[in-house]
Design a protein around this ligand. Structure first.
Ligand code: ATP
Ligand code: MG
Length: 346
């Protein structure tokens, strides 16, 4: 049986274009000859918005649905008003394709500097809820702009939404060697949402006796991320806590040039989207300084999501070896991409 891979590519803006080119280079190199790879570029992002005022027209949203997965570089530049591309493009995609899992692996690779003391073993995955919490746009403002303004930002938590992310996290924990899952919330203060999360978590836990579970308040979790990161294996948490924790996780594992992520719909009903955590970095765009590793690791996540486990592992091993061999000599974006393409091909 011949296999095929049909990927939509949104290079986006700034270094997004540069790092995605390297991601595709490595993807092409890692696939065995019997896999037919097709890539379709989509011109979306700040440049498109400047030209046409469009963020994500419905025709393109429809077209994106037909692909196996999406690879995104980065979206945005300082000339676009805040929120336009976030709401009009990124969140629109996330809600339309029901990307309810935001997956962020956090691993400290060899020879990678961490601001933490010593060389802790860091190898955990944050499973962040992607479609609920305070990100649904529920709320409002009364007496806006006056000294008597009242603003609410409602956190939406449904049993359906919580259960599906908790189940996904248990599945991921059960598939890892340590089989440990930590729920992070703040149920001593956010009692309604917190108890919903805790109750669903405890109920689903009964179906996974092989998984060790624990619970941490989010404030305690931030301390442990820094003082005992090795205690974590898989973490499941809500949309807002996950947003903050995953940036902290990127910072303690060698920074933004290495952090990969997936916006995943595990049901397969819609394509999932994989992207580096960093932004378009206009300050270094065009200089060759962008590290494409985060994007290349995002390609590995994409491959694993689509069942290309061996190819995903080859990319991760190549990144490990490449990082181990780094001696501080400057290499351009392109040179790092070339080196990794050679490693995965051999
Ligand atoms: P956004 O709003 O799009 O998230 P941001 O202001 O958070 O953007 P990033 O684009 O994520 O900024 O960049 C933050 C800093 O990290 C910048 O100084 C940038 O140059 C640097 N940086 C980001 N990505 C990379 C990368 N792949 N390689 C090297 N440096 C990077
Ligand atoms: Mg940012």
């Amino acid at each position: 049986m011949s296999r095929s891979l049909d990927i939509a590519v949104i290079p986006g803006d700034g270094i997004g274009q540069e790092v995605v080119a390297q991601g595709l280079k490595v993807l092409t190199a890692v696939l065995p000859p019997d896999v037919k790879l097709e890539t379709t570029p989509y011109d979306l992002g700040a440049q498109r918005w400047h030209r046409t005022g469009e963020t994500l027209p419905d025709a393109e949203l429809e077209a994106l649905k037909g692909h196996d997965a999406i690879l995104l570089g980065a979206i945005g530049d300082p000339g676009v008003p805040s929120g336009v591309l976030e709401r009009g493009l990124l969140l629109k995609l996330r809600f339309a394709f029901d990307h309810f899992i935001n997956l962020r692996p956090s691993k400290l690779f060899p020879n990678t500097s961490t601001p933490l003391a010593g060389t802790p073993e860091i190898d955990f995955v944050v499973v962040r809820e992607g479609t609920e919490g305070p990100y649904t746009g529920n709320g409002g403002s009364l007496r806006t702009g006056t000294p008597a303004e009242v603003a609410t930002e409602v956190s939406v938590n449904t049993a359906y939404g919580v259960e599906r992310v908790v189940r996904d996290a248990f599945e991921r924990a059960a598939a890892r060697p340590r089989k440990k899952l930590t729920l992070v919330h703040k149920n001593n203060v956010l009692v309604y949402a917190g108890h919903l999360w805790k109750n669903v978590f405890d109920r689903v836990a009964q179906e996974y006796p092989q998984v060790t579970t624990d619970y941490l308040h989010v404030d305690a979790a931030t301390i442990f991320f820094v003082t005992q990161p090795e205690r974590f294996d898989v973490i499941v948490t809500d949309n807002l806590f996950g947003d903050i924790l995953t940036d902290l996780a990127a910072a303690v594992t060698g920074g933004i040039g290495l952090a990969a992520s997936g916006n995943i719909n595990p049901t397969g009903a819609f394509p999932s989207m994989f992207e580096p955590v960093h932004g378009s970095a206009p300050d270094i765009a065009g200089t060759g300084k962008a590290d494409p590793t985060a994007t290349i690791l995002s390609v590995a996540l994409l491959l694993r999501h689509l069942g290309f486990d061996a190819e995903a592992a080859r990319i991760e091993e190549a990144v490990s070896a490449d990082l181990a061999g780094r001696d501080g000599t400057f290499r351009t974006t392109d040179e790092i991409g070339d080196a990794l393409a050679v490693r995965v091909a051999s």
